[in-house]
Design a protein around this ligand. Sequence first.
Ligand SMILES: *Cc1c(COP(=O)(O)O)cnc(C)c1O
Length: 468
Amino acid sequence: MSDHSLDPKDWAAFRKQAQDLLDHCIDQMEAAGDRPWQQVPDDLEAQYAIGKGGDVLARLKEDVMPYHAGNTHPRYWGWVQGSGLATDVMAGMVTAVMNSNCGGRNHGANYMERAVIDWTRQQMGMPDTTSGVLVTGTSQATLIAFAAARVRALGSEVRGAGQGNVRLTAYAGQGVHNATRKAIQLMGIGSDNVRIVPLVEGQMDMAELRRLIAADRAEGAQPFLVVGTAGSVDLGLFDDFNALADVAAEENLWLHVDGAFGAWTRLADDPYRSLTDGLERVDSLALDFHKWMYVGYDCGLVLIRNEEEHRAAFAARPVYLKGKDRGVASGDPWYTDYGIDLSRGNRALKVWMALETLGADAFGRAITSNCDLAQSMADEVAKHDNMQAARPPVSNVCVFTARADLPAEAQSALNTKIAIEMQESGEAVFSTTMVDGVEMLRAAIVNHRSSQEDVRAAIRDVAKRAVL
Ligand SMILES: *Cc1c(COP(=O)(O)O)cnc(C)c1O
């Protein structure tokens, strides 16, 4: 044994400790409903100071695990936060033990990643020319997709020569997620060149889109990209992907869709399933497993319809990374040729564990139920005199105000106060968003632990607090 090995000196003692911790972890997960978010104590950061050592297991149980972000709780609907799966516990153990670097080379995790990508590609209706890579999330997936779109527009010379004086422009609907602007900023294109297209009945206005493209061309810009949204953050809206694909084809634009959570309605029953009609026509799609496929953070995916175009933007291997026919350095593809990272963890295993243990149908049912719960929430809201939904929910997002009878400013203040107080009391977690000039309560339900009773109880609690 090496004299500097960091392995336990007493494996029997380590085994006992690890088994005890596993029990504690499963206890916490089983009791997720009793453990809402709680305020962290003032001295928590000091507790974490490196060098304290001591009984680390006891510290984990007392000072670490209670202060989770709350998204494992059944009444957590703030932002769009995945709720996690029990299968993640096992997948996490196996992932740690294997410690696979999924940048390339020939080993099991890369084959599993291919299986996960291929399954998803089929669910989304994309052809077998499609390639993909698991990433941290939709933000990174978006950047990868846009880089491929730019190479299509300017040729792979752009990788060496840069963009020069070409002014590229992109188009996205009102309410597009900031991930799109951020990616365009990082590419040096500048987010002033993201044209925001107004919505008509919740979808990008096609006439206005065409008008903006023509105006930009007339000014010497080069339109290269249109970004559709499957599941908008504020209201859970979906663009008309067939209409977008038609415009993209006519105008010679790359069609990308941000499907971070909404793409997964593809697994649901109608009417939600058909929200993604036409999605199969995209050039690229960004989505997350850590939101509406419920797996633990982090895991997103970019799919690119044409593998050649994907590789054209990223493939490059210096001599020390050259693939070989046999041995560890064989195997194909190497994921480093498909994205930003060289070293990358094994994100596929937790997805694979979830799908193989629970079956894809279970996810379809959970996603359908989450949409039904958003409808139920709107129904509960309608039972109270002055409480009002901003819009009838389209998918899994319900936005409402506690007191539509008050002036806008007073509504905003009250809704904000209710959200904070309910978070602090542990009753339920809503976030807030601005709709029609009012800051409203918003539930984005991507939580397989939520029941009808959770929704009823939470709306009852809002009603109690809406009395001034
Ligand atoms: C969450 C989200 C993103 C960003 O995804 P990350 O996984 O957080 O990087 C982008 N678009 C939409 C619609 C989202 O909901």
